[in-house]
Design a protein around this ligand. Structure first.
Ligand code: BGC
Length: 747
């Protein structure tokens, strides 16, 4: 902050403090309440769910923020009515989950992670902000910076993956995209980084479950991505649902105050997750909502999302001396400051504008970018005998599967996105000139008995056996009379996202049967897989010659898929989360620690190693893995020196050559390994990425600068430091690369 900015801030703070002085305690406490927007949308407030949850008319009049409503017209009207009734005319904050796009839906965050290009995240978030701001929103509950290593957990789709470095780059880029230089500017919204902390590691991959991590793992692996978002200026942080160190994050003073406020220097607003304050009662941490409010507020939660615990109890808790009015003032001031940063005191409607909303939402430019981002996020896992791309548009293509002509290819977290706006695979292929395609669904998306919960009701085809048999037969017949089969299969979109943990992470059984049936009559199968998580693909791997992972690709999915299948674009995505061999391996990640009995040292069939008896240790497809339609060859790793002293840097370089016959993009990945440390160190850690675009026959030297900072970790004495000794530098195409050199750190 320069001196002018500081003065402006002080002047603003003066005004905000004066406003605070004029507010009654009740008015202040209500600033710390967030209500669902639906309460404002109809007149049934006093008889509906709001009343059941213990809210009263005063809460409606005075609440500081609202979530999950949008639309310029709606929000302007709501804001106007609210401000008119509010004693100090303080504007409301409008928040919502804009997770991967507002109406123009981009690929899911896990897919964007696979681009290994944070600039893509930045651009997607900037567009999402532009559309949301025009629709009247001020804050998004994004990015989710939770590190994820357990594919059973449904929310891995909201993260950018298993790696600390990559997640941090993406979290930072997302905040930059949403907020820009100054969140007050037109088309910008504030970011709320979540879920603090370590929500991504629930035991057994089961949603909302306890998290067990040691402090060093928390600090070294889980906190950096939140920190990156905070350093980039994220306006808010959301506390996680789960228990950490035996205390739910919502009531966890160590996480929210000692770490978040004191060590990470976060100065913005902390909000609870949905009803999480009340859930402290269910966790068995509090007997009553009053006690829950005391614990959550005392731990450092400023805003209570969707419960009446704060609104009903903070005043009493102050009277009883359990919390101080000074602390309430500080929390309220943070909320007012956020409103002020967004410019709401000057213009409470900010960018809400029906005309602009119509103009920008789903406009051509945004759709084009959604197509580009989606194509870059797809990962080609297998391509035997160059089955893909399908360059001959006259070939007879059987397009089969529940996703062949399905618009529902946005994730469960596309709350404002609409299926009707999506381009299906069939539509994309026809548009790309594949006129000789025939389409069959082949089977229903999921098996009839599978429970998807309320949200998905109506979207599942429950099987009538006769009809299912006919669908299957029609599909197999079509495959038989076709040259190639494009099999568009995968998870239902409600099989991932919140509350979508799965113990079996294969594609639904009916779809596997379809794959096997088709294999009997046609071996040229390219499986195009829709998913929100890494899957167990052993069966697909057995029968499909080509496998393309397209995640939930968003509004322009079908066009982007056609771009890749046709070879108009060359796949360049790499896995930001490895695909396990099977569920029994989970959690599995490339940066694991060395054991005392590594598989590599096992001799003469000895069993006493850190291995499974029945499956390999390695995932089916590791972190960083992905193919291209061309080939890249790596030269050896060269270092300009082999000793690093103090602040000196080492340049590591490698020459990459496109040895195939198409232009292509390669993601060059640099990993470091600390051979010996005062604590056990990961086998390797990603420390640098560089995307290069090469023409056939072209080569490029790629350089990485290594410095002492990159070698730091939490040492035995708890210091963030590096230790002298040998380090290995690996540079290659994925986390399995053996292409390495070594150097010494001398201190
Ligand atoms: C989720 C959050 C989300 C919130 C508001 C919760 O259930 O865990 O990620 O932001 O709802 O919709």
């Amino acid at each position: 902050m320069n001196s002018i900015e500081r003065k402006v801030r002080i002047r603003n703070m003066d005004k905000l403090e004066k406003l605070l002085e004029q507010m009654s305690l009740k008015e202040k406490i209500n600033q710390l309440l967030q209500l669902p927007g639906s309460y404002y949308e109809n007149d049934s407030f006093l008889t509906g769910p709001a009343q059941e949850r213990g809210f009263c008319e005063d809460n409606l009049k005075l609440a500081g923020s609202v979530l999950s409503v949008s639309g310029a017209g709606t929000l302007k009207a709501l804001q106007k009515k609210y401000i008119d009734r509010h004693p100090h005319h303080i504007p409301l904050l409008f928040m919502a989950d804009i997770i991967h796009g507002y109406k123009t839906i981009f690929p899911i965050p896990l897919a964007i992670g696979c681009t290994f290009e944070p600039e893509i995240m930045e651009k997607c978030c900037a567009i999402a902000a532009k559309e949301s701001a025009a629709a009247g929103l001020h804050v998004t509950f994004s990015p989710m910076a939770d590190l994820v290593r357990d594919a059973r957990w449904g929310r891995v789709m909201e993260s950018t993956g298993e790696d600390v470095y990559l997640n941090s780059c993406f979290a930072r880029a997302a905040v930059r995209g949403y907020q820009g230089e100054n969140v007050k500017e037109k088309g910008k919204i504030a970011a709320c980084v979540k879920h603090f902390a370590a929500y991504g590691a629930p035991e057994g991959g089961r949603e909302y479950n306890n998290v067990e991590l040691c402090d060093a793992t928390l600090k070294e692996d889980y906190l950096p991505a939140y920190q990156a978002a905070i350093d980039e200026g994220a306006g808010m942080v959301m506390a996680a649902f789960q228990t950490f160190n035996r205390i739910p994050a919502t009531a966890n003073k160590y996480l929210l105050t000692d770490i978040l406020r004191k060590q990470m220097h976060f100065q913005g607003v902390v909000i609870s997750d949905w009803m999480a304050v009340h859930e402290l009662v269910l966790h068995g941490m509090a007997d009553t909502d009053k006690e829950a409010a005391m614990l959550a507020f005392g731990a450092g939660v400023d805003v209570d999302m969707s419960t009446a615990a704060y609104a009903d109890n903070l005043e009493k808790l102050i009277e009883e001396g359990e919390i101080s009015e000074k602390d309430v003032d500080a929390a309220v001031l943070r909320v007012l400051e956020l409103k002020n940063k967004l410019g709401l005191f000057e213009n409470p409607y900010k960018d809400a504008d029906e005309e602009e909303e119509r103009r920008v939402v789903l406009c051509r430019e945004h759709r084009l970018w959604a197509r580009e981002a989606a194509a870059k996020s797809f990962v080609l896992l297998k391509n035997e005998s160059g089955l893909l791309p399908v360059t001959d548009r006259a070939e007879k293509i059987a397009l089969i599967g529940p996703y062949a002509d399905r618009k529902a290819m946005i994730s469960a977290w596309s709350i404002f996105g609409e299926e009707k706006d999506c381009i299906t695979v069939k539509e994309g292929l026809l548009e790309a000139g594949y006129l000789n395609i025939e389409v069959e669904e082949g089977c229903h998306m999921i098996d009839g008995h599978m429970q998807l919960g309320g949200l998905a009701r109506g979207s599942v085809g429950f099987e009538d056996e006769e009809q299912a048999g006919q669908m299957y037969k029609d599909a197999v017949d079509l495959a038989k009379r076709s040259d190639k089969v494009i099999l568009a299969i995968g998870e239902h979109r409600f099989q991932s996202g919140e509350a979508a943990s799965r113990a079996d992470i294969t594609i639904p059984k009916g779809q596997q049967e379809l794959l096997k049936g088709i294999y009997q009559v046609n071996r040229n199968i390219a499986a195009v897989i829709f998913t929100g998580r890494p899957l167990d693909l052993r069966e697909v791997e057995k029968y499909a010659k080509a496998i393309l992972i397209v995640w939930f690709p968003g509004t322009e999915g079908g066009n982007a898929i056609a771009d890749i299948l046709s070879g108009t674009k060359n796949p360049s995505g790499r896995l930001s989360m490895g695909f396990p061999y099977c569920v029994g391996q989970i959690p599995v990640h490339y940066s694991e620690f060395s054991t005392g009995r590594p598989a590599s040292t096992l001799k003469n069939g000895s069993r006493f190693g850190s291995v499974y008896m029945d499956i390999p240790n390695e995932p089916l497809y590791p972190f960083g893995y992905g193919l291209s339609y061309t080939e890249f060859q790596y030269g050896g790793v060269e270092l300009d020196k082999d000793i690093m002293t103090g602040s000196e840097e080492i340049t590591a370089s490698v020459t990459v050559k496109n040895t195939g016959n198409r232009c292509g993009e390669e993601i060059v990945q640099m990993y470091l390994q600390d051979k010996t440390g005062s604590v056990v160190r990961p086998k390797r850690e990603l420390k640098g990425i560089e995307k290069v675009s090469l023409k056939p026959g072209e080569s490029r030297e790629v350089k990485f600068i290594l410095d002492e900072n990159m070698l730091r970790f939490y040492t035995k004495s708890g210091e963030w430091d590096s230790e002298p000794g040998t380090f290995f530098v690996y540079i290659g195409k994925d986390s399995d690369t053996q292409n390495k050199a070594e150097f010494e750190l001398v201190k």
